[in-house]
Ligand binder design. Structure first.
Ligand code: EPU
Length: 337
């Protein structure tokens, strides 16, 4: 296997930031992954999936390992459910299309999310009322220090809102090699209640939607609001939506009666960070080649030659202004490296 030197990571991160990796290797089999993890002459190693949830702020002196493990298989299928096992290096949206071609239900609301299958559990990707965890059975992973293979159940992964074991206690310990999902074979449960899906279906005059129709509606909504990373560098939502206590939300509501919210449970309220950022006047703002997207204030963009440091600086200004205006700390959902 070939370990390259001084490789530009621009094609491997959706922000399109041009930094270099001191060493770089793509692994396409479990044996290659095991071998490369054993190379002690490269003490610092960084695992790279789709590069869709990271902001690179400088050159990396590590060995960057690109996960190129490919393969999709149907493990079992009966009248009600189908179990599929997907290798980590597969593209997420290609997987969603593959399930829809087979009329398997579950992932349609997660259409067009950038990134790879192996990265998806790390932040428990979610959109339009569905999260990865809703269809997750288990994942296989390799222990980085011992190269042993393990299987983690739903419970082991400790999924939360854009959160999992892999972002906390398990950070830097494992490489996810495959993910297994449980999908419906028929009688799919359609989730059209979130956001503008119902309105989008009505606009398209679809009155009895299929899972394929829902996917099309989600794709259309995302294309209207979210920039395509192939055209304009970005990493999706840059921040998580903050969760505050019901009591502090009610206080905020007195000063800002129009503030939108989602109820998390009896005691907690989630506030769209996009609204907070928009209110502070950042939407559409551009500083050099770093900017805030004109249609979605939660998305930071690279107009071409922005550095990671410039985008980070803009994100910090946003955090400070939101904090001083609303007293709310918003935290990045992307990994800043
Ligand atoms: N809003 C504004 N200004 C804006 C955009 C939105 O005020 O520029 C307000 C509106 O009131 C809107 C509300 O914010 O109703 C929520 O906006 P939106 O429906 O676009 O969703 P979001 O909360 O900003 C989350 C996810 C997205 C996901 C959408 C749809 C997070 C951090 N983001 O965004 O996920 O696609 O819901 O489910 O939870 C991602 O994680 O990369 C991502 C794109």
């Amino acid at each position: 296997m070939n370990i390259q030197e001084h490789v530009s990571l621009r094609p491997y991160n959706t922000f399109g930031i041009d930094v270099k990796a001191r060493y770089f290797a793509e692994v396409t089999s479990i044996a290659e992954l095991s071998w490369v993890l054993q190379q002690n002459s490269y003490p610092k190693k960084l695992i790279l999936g789709g590069g869709s949830n990271m902001l690179l702020t400088g050159d990396l002196d590590s060995l960057v390992i690109l996960i190129g493990l490919k393969g999709k298989e149907v493990v079992s299928s009966d009248d009600s459910h189908t179990i599929i096992r997907i290798m980590a290096g597969e593209n997420w949206h290609d997987l969603v299309l593959w399930t829809l071609e087979r009329d398997l239900g579950g992932l349609e609301n997660l259409s067009l999310i950038p990134g790879s299958v192996g990265s998806a559990p790390i932040q428990n990707i979610g959109a339009y009322g569905v999260e990865l965890k809703d269809h997750f059975v288990c994942c296989e992973l390799m222990d980085i220090s011992t190269q042993t293979l393990h299987t983690f159940s739903l419970e082991d992964c400790k999924f939360g809102y854009r959160d999992s074991y892999f972002k906390n206690e398990g950070k830097g310990k494992y490489v996810i090699t495959s993910v297994t999902f449980r999908l419906t074979s028929k009688d799919h449960s359609l989730r059209t209640g979130y956001g503008t899906i119902a309105a989008e279906l009505e606009k398209a005059e679809v009155f009895h939607p299929s899972i394929q129709d829902i996917s099309k509606a989600v794709i259309s909504i995302r294309q209207q609001k979210l920039p395509d990373p192939a055209i304009l560098g970005n990493s999706g939502s840059f921040f998580k939506n903050p969760v505050v206590s019901k009591k502090s939300f009610e206080k905020l509501q007195q000063s800002y009666p129009d503030i939108p919210f989602y109820k998390v449970d009896e005691d907690e309220i989630k506030i769209p960070a996009a609204w907070l950022i928009d209110f502070c006047g950042f939407k559409g703002l551009r500083q050099g080649d770093a900017g805030v997207h004109e249609h979605q204030a939660l998305v930071l963009v690279n107009y071409g030659k922005a550095t990671g440091a410039e985008i980070l600086r803009l994100s910090q200004q946003i955090q400070e202004t939101v904090k001083s205006t609303f007293g709310i700390a918003i935290v990045p959902e992307v990994n800043v490296l």
